[in-house]
Design a protein around this ligand. Structure first.
Ligand code: GDP
Length: 307
């Protein structure tokens, strides 16, 4: 995960900590290398500029250069800057916050709805299954999965299979129903069946088209979701960031899920998402298996990148 960036930054840091005294010139040179490493990792340019400017403010100055271990100080400043860029440190109860359930706001009269949105192939259906499995296994929640993808019968069936595999409820498919009708039926069935959580897996789309956006807005008005999550493929880099921006402009999202982190050697999407969209990354998809999901933790991710 993010190996290329990790290797580059480790190289810069080894250089800094390997010598005793540092001059402003040394620090500036290191910052230039960090800038290039971030750009090569496909981090959005404004995010990189902002990051470097902040780091520079702190790192280039007498306080750091005249300190006993200037190299280590710079490393710490970069680390803290990365954590901030990723969304900040966890609250005091860091352990609890790293649990999957604590990423979700599930308060409300049950059943509460979680609306899942994203481009086709982003991993939306798999992620619905993963989160549902976790809520059932760890938190004994009664979960109903409903597919609203009326245009793709295979997607509906896939969610049905996931429901069966994870032991969760699945809203039966009724041919000819509209997505809005299915959402209403899902919420009704959720209430009648004593469910805690209803997942509404919206239609995957290949582009962000107006018609599907209007549909999803109507679904949100009916289900009043406690969470509206956008699932995006981290391998698509800045396209994923652009997708998140465009979805959020039309549908108020509460958070992001980045999938295929397991195959992402660069990390540009993860590193840019928070700063560009202002939205929290809530989960990382780390593989195809149903337990391959992690609660997002900025501190832990920064630690992984910096080695
Ligand atoms: P959807 O069209 O957005 O619903 O996408 P799917 O849930 O069908 O996922 C598309 C493919 O990506 C499937 O083969 C999944 O197994 C795979 N996938 C989903 N999430 C991840 C992930 O985090 N890592 C990896 N390696 N594969 C994933």
């Amino acid at each position: 995960m993010f190996e290329a960036l990790g290797d580059k930054l480790t190289g810069v840091f080894d250089n800094l900590t390997g010598r005793g005294a540092l001059s402003e010139k040394d620090v500036s040179a290191a910052l230039r290398e960090i800038r290039v490493a971030l750009l090569e990792a496909d981090v959005a340019l404004p995010v990189v500029k902002d990051f470097i400017a902040k780091i520079k403010d702190e790192a280039v100055g007498d306080k750091v250069i005249k300190s006993i271990k200037p190299g280590q100080q710079v490393v710490k400043i970069v680390h803290d800057g990365l954590v901030e860029m990723l969304g900040g440190s966890l609250s005091d109860d860091g352990k609890e916050a790293s649990a999957i359930s604590s990423q979700l706001q599930l308060a409300g009269r049950p059943p509460v709805a979680i609306l899942m949105a994203g481009l086709q192939g982003s991993g939306k259906t798999t992620t619905s299954g993963k989160i549902a499995k976790f809520l059932k296994d760890r938190h004994k929640k009664k979960v109903l999965l409903a597919s609203l993808d009326t245009r793709r019968p295979a997607a509906m069936e896939q969610l049905g299979i996931l429901a069966e595999q994870t032991g969760n409820g699945f809203l039966p498919i009724v041919a000819g129903e509209s997505a809005v009708d299915i959402a209403a039926r899902a919420m009704d069935q959720g209430a009648k069946g004593g469910y805690d959580v209803v997942f509404l897996d919206t239609a995957g789309r290949t582009t962000i088209d107006e018609e599907l956006m209007a549909e999803v807005a109507e679904i949100a008005a009916i289900a009043k979701p406690v969470e509206t999550l956008l699932v995006a493929d981290s391998l698509t880099g800045q396209d994923a960031v652009e997708t998140a921006k465009r979805f959020h402009a039309q549908l108020p999202l509460t958070g992001l899920v980045l999938t295929r982190i397991d195959g992402d050697g660069r990390g540009g999407a993860a590193l840019s998402m928070r700063a560009v969209t202002g939205l929290p990354i809530k989960f990382l998809g780390t593989g195809e298996k149903l337990d391959a999901i992690e609660a997002f933790d900025a501190e832990r991710l920064a630690g992984r990148i910096l080695g």
